[in-house]
Design a protein around this ligand. Structure first.
Ligand SMILES: [Zn+2]
Length: 413
């Protein structure tokens, strides 16, 4: 069906198809057209422009009146743990009382708490609760999701989570990428035998997930008290030999050496980066690995923010994502992430927008499908009232919300 959106107040986020990830001056710039139209067919953008070039309306089977709205490409969440068994608000109180993330984990909370609940949870309930969270995120502007496992910590349960992620992917309502995070935390049974668990990840989880076609990427929580850089490299090497690229958790709590391992193993992204220095920035500069900042996690844990300003000034393609998970960031609201990036990490609204759209698409290898207003890409769009500047959206922190969300040409919220 041929469709036309008319009366767009401002159309933001226009990019030529050859721009795959944004750095330098490009990340500081958001191109727009005032008083615009946009056409699409079978969910893909076929044209756009100023009203002076408005096509003949009779050529279209569907006319959508944007009534002067601001329209922009949908946001992309390249790092989530949305498939989790239950919320952990009891730990919220421990955090308020001053317990650290590491102390909560040491007391049997944290990831291990979720893993216990996950093993007993029915797949149908897991699917339904994840879909509810996804729908909430869509209503706040997210149009594509990464879904990690990691709350199983047994081969059977890790695969159960990836099966739920695959069921979501097969709905084919939006883009989904699935990541195996078997090495999220060491299960208590393996405390005396780390190698046996790492072997399980390498020889059971990775091969079975590939064989059953349940996985797109592999992840490791490379951090003090979790997995070492050497163990991370060991797992990534096996994954890479099986054709799986890596997206890894690094340098959240300490300068762990994780960035170096990620780059060495050709990781697509290194995520968190709250604790990095010039050495890590220099290593990333000589690589194709993308840096991902998760400011919602810093906000919730009251911990330092990723030095995103320095990352951008070094000419790197910064990505922003939510890290939506029950322990360290119980929110998937990327509009709030946009505000945090501006307020806490001193990014300009344009820089944060690009880090949440085209660069975020590249962090999931979806740069040819999503992330900008470009002919041939999907018509996955956000509509905001009224006609506004881009800065007004992060400025109204926690208040901004799209009045309509379109994914592949269909309104989903
Ligand atoms: Zn995470």
């Amino acid at each position: 069906m041929k469709s036309l959106i008319k009366n767009i107040g401002i159309l933001y986020g226009i990019q030529p198809i050859e721009k795959k990830r944004l750095t330098g001056n490009d990340i500081k710039t958001v191109t727009h057209i005032e008083n615009a139209w946009l056409s699409f067919e079978n969910g893909r953008i076929t044209g756009f422009g100023n009203n002076t070039s408005l096509p003949e309306l009779s050529h279209f089977e569907e006319i959508i009146d944007a009534e002067g709205d601001t329209v922009m490409p949908g946001l992309i969440d390249s790092h989530t743990h949305i498939i989790f068994p239950k919320t952990r608000e009891e730990e919220f109180k421990m955090k308020i009382e001053g317990k650290s993330y590491e102390e909560i984990a040491a007391a049997g909370g944290g990831i291990l708490n979720s893993a216990k609940a996950m093993q007993n949870m029915d797949s149908e309930d897991l699917f339904n609760t994840a879909m509810q969270r996804i729908q909430d995120c869509i209503s706040m502007g997210t149009v594509a999701f990464e879904l990690k496992s990691g709350y199983g910590l047994t081969t059977e349960t890790e695969l159960k989570i990836l099966e739920v992620a695959t069921r979501i992917k097969k709905l084919n309502l939006f883009h989904t990428k699935r990541t195996l995070l078997g090495a999220h935390a060491l299960p208590p049974d393996y405390k005396q035998n780390r190698t046996a668990y790492i072997d399980k990840v390498k020889t059971e989880m990775i091969p079975l997930a590939i064989q059953k076609e349940l996985v797109d990427y592999v992840d490791v929580f490379c951090e003090n008290g979790f997995f070492t850089p050497e163990e991370t490299e060991d797992i990534l090497t096996i994954a890479s030999q099986s054709g799986l690229k890596a997206k890894i958790h690094v340098n959240q709590l300490s300068v762990s050496g994780g960035v170096q391992v990620g780059v060495k193993c050709g990781a697509l992204t290194v995520d968190h980066l709250e604790n990095i220095g010039q050495a890590e920035i220099d290593i990333l500069s000589g690589s194709s690995t993308m840096p991902v900042a998760l400011p919602g996690c810093s906000f919730y844990l009251n911990m330092p923010y990723t030095p995103a300003r320095a990352i951008i000034e070094a000419g790197l393609p910064l990505v922003l994502a939510s890290d939506f998970n029950p322990g360290s960031c119980p929110s998937g609201n990327l509009l709030f992430v946009w505000s945090l990036a501006c307020i806490k990490m001193k990014l300009l609204p344009e820089e944060a927008f690009n880090a949440l759209t085209l660069n975020a698409a590249a962090a999931l290898e979806l740069q040819d499908e999503l992330g900008s207003i470009t002919i041939g890409k999907e018509a996955s769009l956000l509509f905001f009232k009224p006609k506004t500047t881009l800065a007004l959206i992060p400025y109204h922190f926690s208040m901004s919300k799209p009045n309509l969300v379109m994914i592949r040409g269909k309104f989903r919220s």
